[in-house]
Design a protein around this ligand. Structure first.
Ligand SMILES: Cc1cc2nc3c(=O)[nH]c(=O)nc-3n(C[C@H](O)[C@H](O)[C@H](O)COP(=O)(O)OP(=O)(O)OC[C@H]3O[C@@H](n4cnc5c(N)ncnc54)[C@H](O)[C@@H]3O)c2cc1C
Length: 449
C-alpha cells in the first residue's frame, strides 16, 4: 500500500488494518495518528476535498485550543496542523479572542488548511480515496466485516478493514451497521447554516463603527485595527434589525459573527440559519450580501467571494457509546481515569427557534474526554471521532468544536491502530497504553492511571 495510490484509483479487495471514514478535522487526525502508529490506514471521503466542515464550510476560524484561562488543551495533530499552516503563512496561529468569548481563536485560510492537511496525510503514509462515499456496511456478530463504497467515476468497491473509525460527522457507519444512537433530543437538533465569504470590504469604516457603537457588539474590550492580520466581531444586531424591518432580510438574527482579514478586505459571515435546506440558505446568502452593501459601513463594494460547498451541520446523529459525555460532565469539568484528552470550549447551542444563540455556558476548567465516548456499545471494531462521538445534545454543544474534533479523532485513530496491530478489538484496548501513546503524540490531558 503506497501513500501515492490515492484519489481515483481504489485497488480491488482493499483490506486496510484501519479504515477512517470522513476527511474532516477528526478524520484527518484519526488517519494521521493510525498511520503514524504503524497501521496500514485508508481514509475515504465522500467529497473531492480534505478538510471537512472547518475547511469547506469556510469557517476560517478554528476554536477550542485553549481554556478560558489561556491554558492549551488541544495538542497533537491539531497543533501540528496549525504549526504547518503558520510555516506556510496560512494562519497567524492562536491569537487572543477579541470578544472574550474564549481565550484564543485560530484563524486559518480554508484552502491552505485543506492543502496542509493533505500534506500531513501524505507524510503519515495514510492512503486517501476522495469522491468515495460509504454506502453500505455488513456485520457478523458484533463486528463490522465489510464497508461498501462508491467512488465517483470509478464505481463500487468493498473494503474489509480490521478496525473502522467513523469520522463522518453524521455517524454514517454506525447507522448503517445498526448501532444504537443517542435519542435525548429527537427532532430538535441545532439549525444548519451556509457560511459566506465577502471580498471588497473596507475595514476602516467597519471597525470605526464597531468602536463608536459598542452597544451593538459583544463586549471584549478590544476592536481590531484595519491593518491587523485578523479581526473578530460578534454583533451588528441593530443593522440586522433594520434590514429585517425593511424587508431585505427574510429571517431574524440578533447578531452575526464576522471573521475578517482586514488587509485582504475579506470577511467570513456566520449569519444564515434555517431548519429547512440549501435553497432557503441560498436566498439568505444573497440577501446578506445585498444587506451588507446597503447597511454596513465599509460594505458598499463588497461582493460574494465564496460560499460554503456544503450545508453546515452543527448537530446530527450521535453514537450511543460505552460512555456518554453529559452537560454535568462538561460544566463540572469532570475528571475521568480513562481520559484520552481534554476540552474546554463553552457549551454553545443555537436554537432553531431563537434569533440569537439559545445559550452559551462557559466552563470553569477543562473536562476529560473518556475513552468510552469513542467506542460503540454493541459493535466491537468500530470507533467514533469528531462531532458524532457519544455525547448528549448539550455536551455536543461543546465537543463539536474543531479543536476537540482533532483530539477525539486522534484518540480514536490511535486506539484503532493499537487494536489492529495487537489483533484485538476496540473494547479490549488497554486504556493505560493508549494514554501513554497519546501523550507521546503530544495529546494534552491523556492522563495515565
Ligand atoms: C455554521 C457552523 C459554524 C461553526 N463555527 C465553528 C467555529 O467558528 N470554530 C470551530 O472550531 N467550529 C465551528 N463549528 C463546528 C465545527 O466546524 C464542526 O463541528 C466540526 O468541523 C466537525 O468536524 P468533524 O471532523 O466531526 O466532521 P466534518 O468536518 O463535517 O467531516 C466529516 C466528513 O465526512 C464526510 N462524509 C460524510 N458522510 C460520508 C460518507 N457516507 N462517506 C464518506 N465520507 C463521508 C463529509 O464529506 C465530511 O468531509 C461550526 C459548525 C457550523 C455548522
Amino acid at each position: 500500500m503506497s501513500p501515492t495510490s490515492t484519489d481515483l484509483t481504489p485497488e480491488p479487495a482493499v483490506t486496510p488494518q484501519v479504515l477512517v471514514v470522513g476527511a474532516g478535522s477528526a478524520g484527518v487526525a484519526a488517519a494521521v495518528a493510525a498511520a503514524e502508529s504503524g497501521a496500514d490506514t485508508l481514509l475515504v471521503e465522500a467529497t473531492g476535498h480534505v478538510g471537512g466542515t472547518l475547511a469547506w464550510q469556510l469557517l476560517e476560524h478554528s476554536a477550542g485550543f485553549h481554556d478560558a484561562a489561556g491554558n492549551q488543551v488541544t495538542g497533537g495533530v491539531g497543533q501540528r496542523i496549525v504549526a504547518l499552516l503558520q510555516r506556510y503563512g496560512g494562519s497567524p496561529g492562536h491569537i487572543p479572542d477579541d470578544v472574550g468569548y474564549t481565550a484564543t481563536r485560530t484563524p486559518v485560510n480554508h484552502a491552505e488548511l485543506a492543502m496542509a492537511e493533505a500534506v500531513l496525510l501524505h507524510e503519515s503514509g495514510a492512503r486517501l480515496m476522495l469522491n468515495t462515499a460509504v454506502t453500505g456496511v455488513s456485520t457478523e456478530g458484533s463486528a463490522v466485516t465489510e464497508v461498501r463504497v462508491e467512488t465517483a467515476g470509478v464505481g463500487g468497491s468493498v473494503i474489509r478493514p480490521a478496525l473502522v473509525v467513523d469520522c463522518s460527522g453524521d455517524a454514517v457507519v454506525f447507522a448503517l451497521a445498526g448501532a444504537a444512537m443517542q435519542t435525548d433530543r429527537p427532532g430538535r437538533t441545532q439549525p444548519v447554516s451556509l457560511m459566506l465569504k465577502l471580498g471588497g470590504v473596507d475595514f476602516g469604516p467597519l471597525l470605526d463603527y464597531a468602536r463608536t457603537h459598542p452597544d451593538d457588539f459583544r463586549p471584549g474590550g478590544h476592536v481590531g485595527a484595519a491593518d491587523d492580520d485578523h479581526v473578530n466581531l460578534w454583533g451588528l444586531g441593530a443593522l440586522l434589525a433594520a434590514g429585517h424591518a425593511d424587508g431585505r432580510l427574510s429571517w431574524r438574527r440578533t447578531e452575526l459573527h464576522l471573521a475578517g482579514w482586514p488587509t485582504r478586505g475579506e470577511a467570513v459571515l456566520n449569519v444564515t440559519r434555517t431548519v429547512s435546506g440549501y435553497t432557503v440558505l441560498a436566498r439568505q446568502v444573497l440577501e446578506t450580501v445585498d444587506w451588507f452593501r446597503r447597511y454596513v459601513p465599509g460594505g458598499a463594494n463588497a461582493y460574494l467571494a465564496a460560499v460554503a460547498d456544503r450545508v453546515g451541520v452543527r448537530e446530527s446523529r450521535r453514537v450511543l457509546g460505552r460512555r456518554t459525555l453529559t452537560q454535568d460532565d462538561v460544566l463540572g469539568a469532570r475528571r475521568d481515569d480513562t481520559a484520552v484528552g481534554i476540552a474546554a470550549f463553552p457549551i454553545d447551542v443555537h436554537d432553531a427557534d431563537a434569533p440569537g444563540l439559545s445559550h452559551t455556558d462557559g466552563l470553569p476548567a477543562a473536562y476529560d474526554i473518556p475513552f468510552g465516548t469513542l467506542v460503540a456499545q454493541n459493535l466491537t471494531n468500530l470507533l467514533a471521532g469528531g462531532r458524532c462521538i457519544s455525547t448528549t445534545h448539550e455536551a455536543n454543544g461543546s465537543a463539536r468544536i474543531t479543536a476537540t474534533c482533532f483530539t477525539t479523532g486522534e484518540a480514536a485513530g490511535t486506539a484503532a491502530a493499537l487494536a489492529a496491530l495487537g489483533g484485538f478489538d476496540a473494547h479490549a484496548v488497554d486504556v493505560g497504553k493508549l494514554q501513554a501513546a497519546l501523550r507521546a503524540r503530544g495529546v494534552i490531558g491523556a492522563r495515565g492511571r
